[in-house]
Design a protein around this ligand. Sequence first.
Ligand code: COS
Length: 392
Amino acid sequence: MFRYNIDDRQQAIRDRVTAFAKTNIEPFSKELDHRDDPDRFAMNIYQALAKEGFTALRMPKQYGGGGVSSIEYTTLIEELCYNDAAVCLLDAVTELATYPIYTFGTEEQKRKYVPKCASGEILPAFVLTEPAAGSDAVNQKTTAILEGDQWVINGEKIFIMHGDVADLFVLFVKVEGGGDDDKASRKISAILVEAKKDGKYIPGVKTATLKKKMGMRAATTGRIWLENVRVPKENLLGEVGKGFKIAMNTLDGARIGVAAQGLGIAQRALQESIDYAKKRICFGQPIGKFQAIQWMIADMATQIEAARMMAYKVSMMQDKGEKFSIEAAQAKLFATETAKFCVDRAMQIHGGYGYIGEFSPIEKLYRDQRIMEIYEGTSEIQRLVISGSYLR
Ligand code: COS
């Protein structure tokens, strides 16, 4: 309800997600929200997403992807998040890690990895963040040194979605002697690391699950240590010294996805609030009859409309092959802050029934939403990217 569609393909995706969610998300949502154990990684749901063709949806069909437009992908993420943002992340993380392989990989790398990521046979992770390199992504301390025909990698990564369960790392490293000059960003390279062999980590790879995560619990988040890890020279992704550009280009597209995530959460908060306002009786009438509630609903609905316009406009720009870094930053910033506003208003409308998780999904929406203003570039980084382009 209340979703504007640019064309029929968008409605088709919405209908597919709604049907998928009934059997594959709804029955498991609560249980998945209370786990802290990678051994119980939601493989059944992940495989179901892959079987439905929802993983690597934007990749061309010849590489096993869905071959859909950015608009359709944004719609998928919006609807998955409406149902369960944490389950949506299972899908979004695969897209985040597969996109750079498809976009910057050699033909051989694309054929080797993209179809397996799309089918769910291997689980990839985008491995950029380090203990001292989050917003300051240039400050990479993990190093790779070329010894003969192998890269020897040493370092530590943190806050990596699926980092504790992934089979394949799209790993960002500093390559000493790499790049054209002394500029730090030009020393960063991307390397594909097949982290597991026969289900076991290759020598030098160690991971751990980060515990007590506030939300998004269906998707695990990990820490990775790499000690003298050796991978073949040809596993370099793109050129030496081009890793930062690969990361930034990937994050541009991913930020559209996070805008869609915010949109899905905000829409759910609105819908729950509308349903509740119609049935909750207070002072002898449904609370939706009171102006205080009506204004909150109006403000939520209006902000969501604006966020949706931004998310779909930037998706359209991506489909047309236009530059969209700034618009992606704006869409992510606005949609995720809209999500915060909406879950907060929904909590106010629901009162105690919103604060306690057993009564409504509002408490979970509140927890799941919060990371969206942090990952894939904080709100502050988005403001930096936006203002930088206007002031330059
Ligand atoms: N796409 C492709 N290339 C880009 C780019 C983009 N969106 N943005 C910057 N670049 C390139 C620049 O063109 C520049 O290339 P040259 O060296 O050839 O000139 C290079 O990258 C460095 O750019 P710049 O000097 O502007 O980078 P800064 O060090 O100033 O950092 C910010 C830019 C802060 C914006 C960047 O580090 C960033 O986005 N940080 C947040 C990272 C993030 O999202 N972390 C969370 C990860 S969760 S998976």
